[in-house]
Unconditional design. Structure first.
Length: 410
């Protein structure tokens, strides 16, 4: 029995690969689409961060006003310009700038005396978003300056208890000079970076996990392979319908083989050809496009075999529901394109609405893309794709059972 199944499968493979159209549609076109779509959705540089214009009126007689301005200028989201009060108010009235900040002349003196004060900050009411962004940036700069002053005050208290400012002490600095140097030192230390940082690392099985959103050839390589594998299978199973139309399938019934053996041989040939086509696309992605298809080849092999099995079952299910080869061609296109789009084969699932992401886990194409990106993008391994592979096999079993049961040989 197995010899007959394999003989029928070998005949199907020979017929398939002798056809130039099969080679064109199964190999050449997927390569072209992979290149074109991969280049179209390649990693794009994002737009440069927008700088919000802030006019600053610094009338402070001390040094802290200038330090506040320096803190503001160090913020990349701000474009700081020093202007006089009249020009700043005129620009605000004309709604030409995001905001204006007014630093009074006694700013340094009051801060050093420990007083609390509020600065005049006027935002452009026409653009509330820019005003909020600039206000937060100004508040951050003020907090940085206030922290430096608090640190300097604590240092000054310690120095006073140690008697560093006792009269007659040789080389002793004045309290004002000491406080000024302490503020400068604290500010310099804060600008050099925080003393403690938290490094967030995404734990994966690979040393260099892929991007969160698959782009470029990382998306098009598995995506186009999934789409054309579905088309390739539908073309293979349509041969059963063609043979039924021509009467050759009924003539096979006179041979000493059962319907089950004929069906098994045909589907085995379709399954093998689809798996080979997918494997070729994987190798093309690896060696020609530099796509990292994961660190565990067994995971890729399992996903390919599981996916092609599911769509082989889907192919015979579709063939069992139509009467003519033209019908199966139309139904295949109507079925495959939505499966490709909803399953994430055309674009990354991460950029589509939540309902589409949830729907994808109930589609063979979505399970396939999820499993392939677990290996390619998220750097996972064989054990992490067992669920997707198992679901694909379950789909295939159901499709195959229903399709084989419904298929009419005459």
């Amino acid at each position: 029995m197995l010899r007959k199944i394999f003989a029928i499968a070998a005949l199907h493979l020979k017929t398939t690969y002798q056809s130039r159209s099969a080679l064109l549609f199964g190999l050449a076109m997927p390569v072209v689409f992979t290149l074109v779509i991969g280049a179209a959705i390649g990693q794009q540089e994002g737009p440069a961060a927008e700088a919000w214009e802030l006019f600053v009126v610094n009338e402070d007689r001390g040094e802290l006003g200038s330090q506040l301005v320096q803190n503001l200028e160090a913020n990349p989201v701000l474009e700081v310009r020093l202007e006089d009060a009249e020009t700043t108010r005129a620009e605000l009235d004309a709604e030409e700038i995001s905001a204006g900040l007014f630093i009074p002349e006694d700013f340094s003196a009051r801060l050093l005396d420990g007083e609390s004060l509020s600065l005049d900050f006027i935002a452009n009411i026409k653009d509330a978003l820019s005003g909020q962004v600039v206000e937060q940036a100004v508040q951050a700069a003020l907090n940085e300056l206030a922290s430096s002053i608090d640190i300097a005050a604590a240092s000054l208290r310690v120095a006073t208890r140690l008697g560093l400012f006792e009269p007659g002490l040789a080389g002793a600095p004045s309290e004002a000079d000491y406080q000024r140097e302490a503020i400068d030192s604290a500010r310099a230390r804060m600008q050099s970076g925080p003393p403690i940082t938290v490094q967030a690392i995404q734990q994966t099985q690979r040393k260099e996990p892929g991007d969160a959103i698959p782009l470029g050839f990382n998306q098009s390589s598995p995506g186009i392979a999934v789409i054309f594998a579905m088309f390739f299978v539908m073309a293979g199973t349509s041969s059963l319908v063609v043979e039924r139309e021509r009467g050759t399938l009924s003539r096979l019934m006179t041979a000493p083989v059962s319907k089950g053996i004929i069906m098994a041989g045909k589907l085995l040939g379709v399954y093998i050809s689809a798996s080979v086509q997918f494997a070729i696309m994987v190798l093309f992605g690896v060696f020609a496009l530099g796509v990292d298809w994961g660190a565990e080849p067994p995971g890729i092999i399992l996903m390919i075999l599981a996916f092609t099995f599911s769509i082989t079952g889907l192919g015979i299910l579709v063939a069992s529901m139509v009467r003519t080869s033209s019908q199966i061609d139309a139904v295949s296109t109507i079925l495959i394109m939505p499966l490709a789009g909803l399953g994430g084969a055309m674009w990354p699932l991460e950029i589509v609405p939540q309902w589409m992401q949830q729907l994808a886990v109930f589609l063979p194409s979505g399970l396939a893309m999820r499993g392939f990106h677990d290996l390619i993008t998220r750097g996972l391994g064989l054990q992490d794709v067992l669920l997707e592979a198992g679901a694909l096999v379950a789909f295939g079993v159901v499709f195959l059972a229903v399709g084989a049961w419904r298929f009419k040989y005459e």
